[in-house]
Design a protein around this ligand. Sequence first.
Ligand SMILES: C[S@@+](CC[C@H](N)C(=O)[O-])C[C@H]1O[C@@H](n2cnc3c(N)ncnc32)[C@H](O)[C@@H]1O
Length: 296
Amino acid sequence: MERYRQIISDWDKFSYYCSQPLPKTLRVNTLKVSLDMMEKYFKKLGWSFKRFDFCLWGYEVQTGDEISRTLEHWLGYYYIQEATSFISVLALQPQPGEKILDLCAAPGGKTTFIAQIVNNKASIWANDIGFRRIRALMANIYRMGAVSVIVTGYNGLSFPQKFKFDKVLLDAPCSGEGNMRKDPRRVKGAELGFINNISGLQKGLIQRAIDVLNPGGILVYSTCTLAPEENEMVIDYVLRKRKVKVEDIDLNIPYSQGITEWNGEKFHPDLAKTMRIYPHHLNSGGGYIAKLKKIG
Ligand SMILES: C[S@@+](CC[C@H](N)C(=O)[O-])C[C@H]1O[C@@H](n2cnc3c(N)ncnc32)[C@H](O)[C@@H]1O
C-alpha cells in the first residue's frame, strides 16, 4: 500500500484502520421484515446494534455470535454486507419501473439491495460469468425474496446489445486491495502485473456496460480496490472512448475525491467528482465509485 502514501492525506488514520478487524455489519432486508421487527430479533438474540447514519437499513451489531449462523439469516431477514458496499447501489438511485442491469452480480449483495430499494418493482437483470458464483447468486436472490430479478450468465464483455437498460451497475472484478481488513495478506497491495491485466478487463466491461444503456442512462462503476489503474484510469479511458459524462454522487458520507493525476499522468478534471472510500471513512473496507451518464 506504500505506493498510495502520496494520494492518501490522512495516512496514519488509514494505516491504523487497515490493521483493525472489521465490525460486524449487515443490511436488514425490508422485503422480508420491518426494521422494528428486526430490532426485536436483535434483542432476542442478545445482540446490541447501531444503525448506520447514512442508510436506514444498515446496522453494525456487537455480538460474539457468528452472524451467518442464525435462523433470521437463513430466512433472508438480513444480508451480511460491509458499509462500503452499500455506496454503489445508493449512488445508482434505483427507481421502481426502471430496467436495471447488474453486469457482474454474484453473489448478489448489490442485486438484492437494488430489489429491496425498489420493493421488487423494477426489472432487474443479474448477470455473472462464474458458474459456481451464479449458484450463490441464485441462492441469495431466493433467500432474500428478490422476485423481480432475472439471472443471466453472459460474459460481460459480450453482453447482447439488443437488450437496453435505464441503469447499469458495474461492480467490476478487481484486485481487491480494499479487502485488507478481511484478508491481512492484502495489506501489502496487489502485484502491478495483476493490476494492469485486470484493468484491461475492466476497460472492456465498462465499454459494454455503456453500450447497453439507453441514451441518458446511468452507469455506476465500482471496485473494492485502491489502484488508480483500476479506478480513475478506467474512467479516464472510457471518457475518451464513449460519449459519457461524470455525474456528482449526492451522498452525505465521508470520502476522498478521485485523483486527477497519478505518476505524472494527468486525467480529466471531472474525476474529482468520483469517490475514493478508505477504511477510516466508514470504518469498513476500501473502494471506489464513479457515476456516469450516457449522452445522446
Ligand atoms: C466484485 S465481484 C461482484 C460482487 C457483487 N456485485 C456483489 O455485490 O455481491 C465481481 C464479479 O465479476 C464476475 N466477473 C468476472 N469477469 C466477468 C465477465 N467477463 N463477465 C461477467 N462477470 C464477470 C466474477 O465472477 C465476480 O462474481
